[in-house]
Design a protein around this ligand. Structure first.
Ligand code: G3P
Length: 215
């Protein structure tokens, strides 16, 4: 499973990239707004830090505007993936941009049929928001299973990019279900590597070593 970081925070991206375990980055307008940086400049910096797919989202609401923005974003760097909303206009733009050979990430997906439509429009990635479904009392991970089944039934190549991941349980379930990618906040990225028994076990090994080698 590929791990993307769901952030626009350059310090977080730098730290995760230094582990060698980071495969890409996803951003959205809310995350970009928090940085206070100019969008294009920010995307360039992220592309310098991570050699993998970097999702940059359009803010137009009509297809021609999205296509125009998407082309400009794709021209920034070869790794830029154009992020489009799952609306009729977004899927029209997706179809055109995919036809041009550009990579797309269709975001704000909340139902299996929306995901089916995105695949038909040629999306490279589909981003189902699992945490936000949990927020309204549904089980977000059911959506991932349904999309897996549908994509498998028809052999769609669109990759399932699990988004709005809030905790390790989401991540673990995504991996068990065979999701292609999970995009996660930095806090969750750190949590994947930590366990109190690893910490205490290592401390014990080092203490025993020190004692034995001194003797
Ligand atoms: O990847 C989508 C993500 O940025 C939304 O996450 O936690 O705001 O639902 P969240």
């Amino acid at each position: 499973m590929k791990f993307f970081l769901d952030t626009a925070d350059l310090k977080e991206i730098e730290k995760a990239a230094a582990t060698g375990l980071l495969d890409g980055v996803t951003t959205n307008p809310s995350l970009v707004a928090k940085t206070g940086m100019k969008f294009e400049q920010l995307i360039v910096r992220i592309c310098e830090l991570v050699d993998g797919p970097i999702s940059a989202e359009v803010i137009s609401t009509n297809a021609p505007g999205m296509i125009d923005e998407g082309r400009k974003l794709a021209a920034i760097h070869k790794n830029v993936v154009i992020k489009l909303p799952l609306t009729q206009e977004g899927l029209k733009a997706c179809k055109t941009l995919s036809f041009e050979g550009k990579r797309t990430n269709v975001t704000l997906c909340f139902t299996p049929l929306q995901a089916l439509m995105a695949a038909k429009a040629g999306a490279t990635y589909i981003s189902p928001f699992v945490g936000r479904l949990d927020d309204i009392g549904q089980d977000g991970m059911d959506l991932i299973q349904d999309i897996r089944t549908i994509y498998k039934n028809y052999g769609y190549k669109t990759e399932i990019l699990v988004a709005s991941v809030r905790h390790l349980e989401h991540l673990l379930t995504a991996a068990k279900m065979g999701a292609d990618v999970a995009t996660i906040p930095y806090k969750v990225f750190e949590q994947t590597l930590a366990h109190p028994l690893t910490e205490s076990g290592l401390a014990r090994f080092l203490k025993d070593w020190e004692t034995s080698q001194k003797a």
